[in-house]
Design a protein around this ligand. Sequence first.
Ligand code: S3P
Length: 171
Amino acid sequence: MKIVLLGYMASGKSTIGKKLAKKLYLNFIDLDEYISEKEKMSISEIFSTKGEIYFRKIEHEYLKEILNSDEKIVLSLGGGTPCYANNMDVILRSNAKSIYIKASINTLVERLLKEKSKRPLVANLENEKITEFVAKHLFERRFFYEQANYSVATDGRDVSEIVTELRILLH
Ligand code: S3P
């Protein structure tokens, strides 16, 4: 069985995923890191040199590659993964348990402002425009995220508490 964590950029998918994997004695894969390693380029470099359409194509291929393996893992997706190339259907048809990691717009914006340069979708936005961007983007993407098998609210909670809730949920 695979556990797939999804949700908006900076929602905490990787932090929570790593800790959850450790508690469950499973390997952890971060899809963005997997793509970077395979392509030998950072995600920002892929966006700037090859473009988003190329990124979405390989993201889809690598997602299928990982889901088709027999290994039990915790997989953390990129924020856009469920929203492109029929990926949400691919995830739901696989035997993975999917979990939407929810965070409020304020929390997301606060975190994104701190690490803007690593996020190609917001890197070139003026700081004052980020809240408006995230609100609209999340509104569009929620449709996909909400198809996950479970969801967990994370605002104001520490990672251990969230991981405990996830372990109970997955039991
Ligand atoms: C993206 C989110 C990023 C990364 C890419 C595109 C998105 O992953 O896949 O920059 O479309 O939301 P994180 O959610 O891990 O930042």
